[in-house]
Design a protein around this ligand. Structure first.
Ligand code: CA
Length: 226
């Protein structure tokens, strides 16, 4: 079944370029020109992916991102940010975005990011248990005896990746490649940012695992410690 994408972009030429490109890749695409229209569309249609321009008239892409994340935990959200606006990237990740692209970008880069998002879904089996973490791939949920973790899509994928390699150090570059699918346009510190979010959430439920930092190398999930 074709994946459904909501594109929110107020510049008509840009919106058209993205929509036509995505349709050419086999996606079903709706376009909204602002946050209000996007919210109306998102209420009725079950989107798999949202691509949000940060600079929108009225409600900003960040606000829209937060709203969409509250509505649909499993929605994959990509933000289109201004060039080199590091603050925007951090703000976007805090708002629950899974990935970002800086403008201007090549359509092929957007298409590659989308393929990476889709690949994450295809990896692995449907359920696994690692050191007290119960991971459900189809529902994108991770629970412990103490309760369920409230994870964004990217947090889920990253924790699942670390769990699948429990006890082994995952190099930062391997994490970037597996989760973001590309290292050309992305700040490697995004991995550290996400690890800190996940640590906070593991702590909040008293999960029986922790994520250790292998300095200068990457990260490792360790069982049986809090
Ligand atoms: Ca704009």
């Amino acid at each position: 079944m074709a994946l459904r994408i909501l594109t929110v972009e107020d510049e008509p030429e840009m919106a058209d370029l993205i929509a036509r490109g995505l349709r050419g890749e086999g996606y079903v695409v709706d376009v909204a020109e602002d946050g209000v229209h996007a919210m109306a569309l998102a209420k009725d249609a079950g989107y798999d992916i949202a691509i949000l321009d940060v600079m929108l008239p009225g409600m900003s892409g960040f606000e829209l991102c937060r709203w969409l994340r509250r509505q649909h935990e499993g929605l994959a959200i990509i933000l289109l940010t201004a060039r080199d606006a590091v603050d925007d990237r951090v703000k976007g990740l805090d708002a629950g975005a899974d990935d970002y692209l800086t403008k201007p970008f090549e359509f092929v880069e957007l298409a590659a990011r989308l393929r990476a998002l889709r690949r994450r879904d295809a990896i692995g089996t449907t359920r696994m248990e690692i050191g007290g973490l119960h991971i459900d791939m189809t529902r994108h949920r991770i629970a412990t005896e103490q309760g369920e973790l409230s994870l964004s899509r990217t947090e889920f994928d990253l924790l699942r990746l670390l769990a699948a390699n429990v006890g082994a150090v995952m190099p930062r570059a391997a994490i970037l490649d597996a989760i973001w699918g590309s290292t050309d346009y992305i700040d490697p510190n995004i991995v550290d940012q996400y690890v800190s979010y996940i640590r906070r959430k593991l702590d909040a439920v008293g999960a029986p695992v922790r994520i250790a930092t292998a300095r200068g190398v990457g990260f490792q999930l360790i069982e049986g410690e809090t």
